[in-house]
Design a protein around this ligand. Structure first.
Ligand code: MN
Ligand code: MN
Ligand code: ZN
Length: 282
């Protein structure tokens, strides 16, 4: 059985996310523990943390995954934004610990024309600082990116370099996003391309470090660097592509999280059903 879930809203209270995930039939789920489009947020009260953990345990869903908000940029050359970003990352790791969430997914940011080397240096330094400011068991997952302009971490090699320089194998892993990898140029929709991509991932980062998969189809074509998610099977990766992806042993054994749209064509429930069908489970 594949473990499939979706990104769900925390509107009302963080523990409500567990209800929503259960309602749509998730085995695993992802949240933003706070507003992803701002810097300011409230602390999590003990009552809310207890309620979240109680509901989670009762539901049997696992693992819960947290995603970093969008404003922090670990590669920025702007000193004020950089300091705030490192602090936001450390605080988010703390929030995961409070909620009993084992994984925090983060994007790698943009060097804003300061150059890839400088961006990599900044990122490595930011991660080291945040991990030591938040000493716990929460694992930070670096997400594969769409390789858009000025981005850091567009290739598996970049991700591997960051991981080896941070040198905390106990606290850092990777999140493989199918849409991002595809638009960055990894052809996951053919058997040969998928095998090659997984082999490449294994040789650079190591498959044992792929701890979560973001399962998204893509509106943009291969190598377009366009980060536009589409319903499973309705995008450029397509049904046949996802049938291969969902039957690949490196992927089907991981927690799979949908970050697909919800519109008149389909909602999360519909995408979960499509995933189960393509994984051969309906
Ligand atoms: Mn992401
Ligand atoms: Mn993603
Ligand atoms: Zn994306």
């Amino acid at each position: 059985m594949v473990k499939i879930g979706a990104h769900v809203s925390i509107a009302g209270s963080i523990d409500r996310a567990v209800d929503r995930a259960e309602e749509i039939g998730c085995d695993t789920f992802q949240i933003f523990s706070r507003n992803p489009r701002g810097w300011r947020f409230k602390e999590i009260s003990e009552e809310v943390a207890e309620e979240f953990k109680r509901k989670l345990k009762r539901s049997g869903m696992s693992p819960p995954v947290d995603h970093m908000p969008y404003l922090p940029n670990l590669a920025t050359p702007k000193e004020d934004v950089y300091q705030k970003s490192v602090e936001a990352l450390a605080l988010e790791l703390d929030r995961c610990e409070v909620l009993g969430i084992p994984y925090l997914v983060t994007h790698l940011g943009s060097h804003l024309d300061s150059g890839k080397e400088e961006g990599l240096n900044r990122t490595v330094d930011a991660i080291i600082k945040a991990l030591s400011a938040s000493e716990n068991d929460v694992i930070l997952l670096l997400e594969t990116t769409s390789d858009s302009k000025n981005s850091v971490g567009g290739s598996f090699e970049d991700l591997a370099e960051i991981m080896s320089r941070v040198d905390r194998d106990d606290r850092v892993g990777a999140c493989f996003d199918t849409c991002h990898a595809f638009v960055a140029g990894y052809d996951v929709r053919t058997e040969e391309g998928l095998d090659e991509t997984m082999e490449k991932f294994d040789q650079t980062i190591g498959l044992e470090r792929m701890m979560v998969v973001h399962l998204n189809d893509s509106k943009g074509p291969i190598s377009s660097k366009l980060d536009r998610h589409e319903h499973i099977g309705l995008g450029e990766i397509g049904e046949e592509g996802f049938r291969l992806i969902l039957n690949h042993p490196a992927i089907r054994t991981r927690p799979l999280i949908l970050e697909t749209p919800s519109d008149e064509r389909r909602d999360d429930r519909g995408n979960i059903a499509k995933v189960r069908e393509l994984a051969g489970e309906d």
